[in-house]
Ligand binder design. Structure first.
Ligand code: FAD
Length: 456
């Protein structure tokens, strides 16, 4: 008999409970990936992610081939395609990872219903995409944690599954139709500096980063130019590395750097458990604050300047240009860019989240939307009125201006701290810089924010 493994956000062979369960239940397994237009319509289809996805699928196929199998790719509606493959192979069981979005919940429900109507079973495995299954730890009287610190405490104390090795061999039924595995070269408008996807690259990065950089993580994770964070986020987003294994390996290494890194990994689980319990927070405020976000012609122009990295605030612009060039942005840059859009320009966080999702290779509903809400003060942040000052942030996290110099070449001739305040350059030299004046003064931005929130 035959089992099917439906791959979704878990494009790997190591530490993969659905694949192990399928292999344990049947001698032959169909490793299936469905390219579903509905996923694109749900917000997935950004060129950077499509390119990275193609890398991940190519690598997954190669890994399966090295074990005697191959990846089967179909195009169409996931439920219809899984049912068709199940009929073609007479598979009894389908295994897949549990998802956290409203889209994933609905897909699971439809798939279970359709398979059961055909006399087959769907097994949905928890804790494949996140370290702990979303919803496993909850406070008394609620279905999710709204505050990070108590969640982190409970999360840290929970027992963990030991990461499992990749299977040695995967036998796939012979006469089974498959579309071609997508290729990155077929995707247009990809960011020039986009990383290469796939489990092989992800595991190499994990091993190299843990041995070289993790010890410096606690002290230097906010150093924008130093760039010492793991950059594992796209591999985690596509499940090319297992979050459970990443945490396990960091913990086995030990030390303050590893502990600080594991804490960030907990943020990822935290946002997933919020979204799992409150799917509408992908688009609606977690805490309703009745913000009257700015609208109109000037607001539109401000949004365009922010998107283009032309706000006149060098650190904000550097971060936005890194996003466009790499499809990735340093966390400190994301925090500042989001604070600037929502609290200085006073524009709706959904506009910023949409722009990020259009470019981020790691862009996902849980982490992107809920971090945006956190930064905008509509989410789970316990200090919603904190406003990040781009000049002070620059002095602190880019003290010699190297990050700005890398991404805003117009200012490369300036030394720090002047590079962070080019409006202070004497007028004649200033005109030669070809860099815009600030689109708003910080005092005006702050006044707008306070008035809108009814603070004065
Ligand atoms: P590291 O510092 O090496 O951290 C390790 C891992 O921990 C990351 O790969 C990530 O999976 C997780 N992590 C770290 N910080 C956070 C966080 N604040 N929230 C959730 N998980 C975290 N992360 C995404 O993966 N996808 C997104 O779409 C996304 N959008 C964001 C939008 C905004 C406005 C903000 C402020 C943050 C966003 N983040 C997002 C979180 C964070 O910025 C990135 O995960 C991180 O910068 C990725 O780089 P890294 O892998 O080097 O992180």
């Amino acid at each position: 008999n035959v089992s099917i493994v439906l791959f979704t956000s878990d494009l790997r062979l190591h530490d993969h409970p659905p694949l192990r369960a399928a292999l344990a239940s049947a001698p032959e397994v169909v490793p299936l990936f469905v390219r579903d237009q509905a996923v694109d319509r749900a917000g997935f289809a950004a060129p950077n992610r499509l390119a990275f996805l193609a890398d991940c699928l190519t690598d997954l196929d190669a890994g399966l081939r090295a074990r005697g199998g191959r990846l089967v790719v179909r195009h169409g509606d996931t439920v219809a395609e899984v049912c068709a493959v199940a009929r073609e192979t007479d598979a009894d069981e389908v295994h897949m990872a549990a998802g956290c979005t409203a889209f994933a919940h609905e897909r699971e429900r439809r798939l279970r219903h359709a398979l059961e109507a055909d006399g087959r079973r769907l097994y949905v495995h928890d804790g494949v995409v996140t370290v702990l299954p979303a919803g496993e730890v909850t406070p008394a009287g609620s279905d999710h944690f709204a505050v990070f610190t108590p969640y982190h405490r409970r999360w840290s104390a929970e027992p963990r599954r030991s990461p499992a090795a990749a299977p040695r061999s995967v036998q796939v039924p012979g006469a089974l139709r498959s579309e071609e595995v997508p290729s990155r070269t077929a995707v247009a408008s990809v960011s020039e500096g986009l990383a290469t996807g796939g489990e092989t690259k992800g595991r190499e990065r994990l091993t190299a980063w843990l041995s070289r950089h993790v010890d410096a993580y606690e002290a230097r994770h906010d150093d924008l130019a130093g760039d010492v964070t793991s950059r594992l986020s796209p591999y985690l987003h596509f499940g090319a590395v297992s979050a459970n294994e990443v945490v396990h390996r960091a913990r086995s290494r030990g030390g303050a750097g590893a502990e600080a890194f594991v804490r960030q990994m907990c943020w990822r689980d935290f946002h997933h458990q919020v979204l799992n319990a409150r799917p509408h927070t992908a688009t609606q405020d977690y805490r309703t604050r009745h913000d009257r976000w700015r609208q109109g012609k000037q607001a539109d122009a401000d949004l365009r300047a922010w998107q283009a990295g032309l706000t006149g605030y060098p650190l904000v612009d550097a971060a936005m240009r890194q996003l466009a060039h790499e499809g990735w942005m340093h966390n400190r840059g994301r925090l500042l860019a989001a604070s600037f859009l929502t609290k200085t320009l006073y524009l709706d966080w959904r506009l910023g989240a949409r722009h990020f999702l259009g470019l981020l290779v790691d862009g996902d509903i849980a982490n992107n939307q809920l971090n945006w809400q956190w930064a905008a003060g509509t989410g789970t942040d316990t200090r919603p009125n904190r406003v990040l000052n781009p000049v002070l942030q620059a002095r602190r996290y880019d003290p010699d201006g190297a990050y700005v110099r890398r991404w805003v070449p117009e200012l490369a001739s300036l030394e720090a701290p002047l590079i962070h305040e080019p409006w202070k350059v004497p007028p004649l030299d200033r005109a030669a810089l070809d860099y815009p004046d600030p689109i708003v003064t910080l005092a005006d931005g702050l006044g707008r924010f306070r008035r809108a929130r009814g603070e004065d």
